[in-house]
Design a binder for this molecule. Structure first.
Ligand SMILES: *Cc1c(COP(=O)(O)O)cnc(C)c1O
Length: 394
């Protein structure tokens, strides 16, 4: 063997006795076969076998299996983002002439996708009141093939009666997909309530460190997994084992992070509700949050994201108060270790239930900083917002 050949043939080494607690990062495009017969027969390996790096390596399979177990499903499909988790379900299920129902508080890019991508291709969508519950039955006609739920809505926090919506959809033979990003499978398991697709933006709590983009779709029916994988194969979409490795590291601390963030977010929500600067607090654990009773019945625990609506305040005052924050960072895409605040503009996204508030809304995501440092920061924000108008002029 000449050197040039040696440089591309890696020696095999002894792995006996090597045991580690970490999941190795298996990167691959090509998968090689022990003989020609195996290559000819590769189709029979199916989506659980290894045929091409795009369709999975042991690293991606480990994350899939872990999410499947947490959701109580049969298989999980990984995609490059949370948004892709939603759109891949829509693209896999809907054909021209079909229709999907989405809730009015849905993650905004999903609504845009329905309007700008699906509609011109002959796939219709309808928007419903997130609190419609069993009333969804009246909107399910022959055309509807999928009902989408997002509970709670990740901006305005309405908690949906998912079991009632699933029952109504099932009675008409319609599939249900659930964006479960706020709850994660530790707080809510959509498949256990009869949903067909449990979608997560792993970008948020599973990743947990604001450094990866990844999404997952878990199903309880093998044939739905085939459909999803065929869509991904067609589009040529796969995920990087490096992202999956980061998600596998993040998921190890998910339970502890969520427990802490949930406790702090509930505590802060109650304190914020007492501030004169605050009009209302939209936290699923508070009775002031639409659908609170469904949270109480179906979840009972919180993650770290909630929203507040402020009393009307001049924009310049709000801007200055937000810019003065020292511990909270200003930004979207929550779920990491840093606490975030993001101004919202929900009124523009509503078409069925008009947004009832006049003052500005803020979404708060609790991270892992010291609780007192966080509260002092929020308190300074409230004080700045409470200054009487006269004092502001002076
Ligand atoms: C962030 C988010 C998404 C999108 O996730 P990306 O990974 O950022 O694409 C989808 N749904 C909800 C509820 C989200 O919060």
């Amino acid at each position: 063997m000449h050197d040039a050949t040696r440089t591309v043939h890696h020696p095999s080494v002894n792995e006996e006795g090597y045991a580690s607690l970490t999941v190795p990062t298996h990167r691959a495009s090509t998968i090689v076969y022990p003989d020609a017969a195996s290559f000819f027969a590769r189709k029979h390996r199916g989506f659980d076998g290894y045929t091409y790096g795009l369709h999975g390596t042991p690293t991606t399979r480990t994350l899939e299996a872990q999410l499947t177990a947490l959701h109580g499903g049969v298989r999980t499909v990984l995609v490059p983002s949370g948004q892709a988790a939603v759109t891949i379900v829509l693209l896999s299920v809907l054909l021209p002439g079909d229709k999907v129902l989405i809730p009015d508080q849905v993650y905004q890019p999903v609504r845009s996708f329905c309007e700008d991508y699906l509609k011109p291709r002959g796939i219709d969508y309808g928007v419903y009141d997130p609190l419609i519950g069993a009333g969804i039955a009246e909107l399910i006609d022959e055309q509807v093939k999928l009902v989408w739920v997002e509970s709670p809505g990740s901006n305005t926090m309405e908690v949906q009666d998912v079991p009632a919506i699933v029952r109504a959809a099932k009675a008409k033979g319609v599939l249900v997909g659930c964006d479960n990003t706020w709850a994660t499978p530790l707080i809510f398991k959509p498949l256990a309530h009869g949903a067909d697709f449990a979608c997560e933006a792993l970008t948020k709590y599973v990743g947990g460190h604001s450094d990866l983009l990844l999404g997952s779709i878990t199903v309880a029916d093998l044939s739905l997994r085939e459909t999803l994988k065929e869509t991904l194969r067609g589009f040529g979409v796969g995920v990087s084992p490096d992202e999956c490795q980061l998600a596998l590291r993040g998921i190890e601390t998910l339970a502890l992070r969520l427990a802490h963030m949930g406790k702090v977010s509930e505590d802060f929500a109650r304190r914020l509700a007492r501030s004169p600067a605050v009009e209302t607090v939209l936290h699923p654990a508070l009775p002031s949050c639409p659908g609170h009773e469904f949270w109480q019945r179906d979840m009972g625990r919180s993650s770290g994201v909630f929203s507040i609506v402020l009393k009307p305040v001049p924009h310049a005052v709000l801007e200055a108060a937000l810019s003065a924050l020292r511990v909270f960072a200003i930004g979207a895409s929550w779920g990491g270790t840093r606490s975030l605040i993001a101004p919202l503009a929900p009124e523009g996204d509503r078409t069925v239930v008009p947004w009832p508030h006049r003052g500005p809304a803020l979404r708060i995501s609790i991270g892992l900083e010291d609780q007192d440092d966080l509260w002092n920061d929020l308190d300074a924000l409230l004080v700045a917002l409470e200054q009487p108008a006269a004092a502001r002029v002076a």
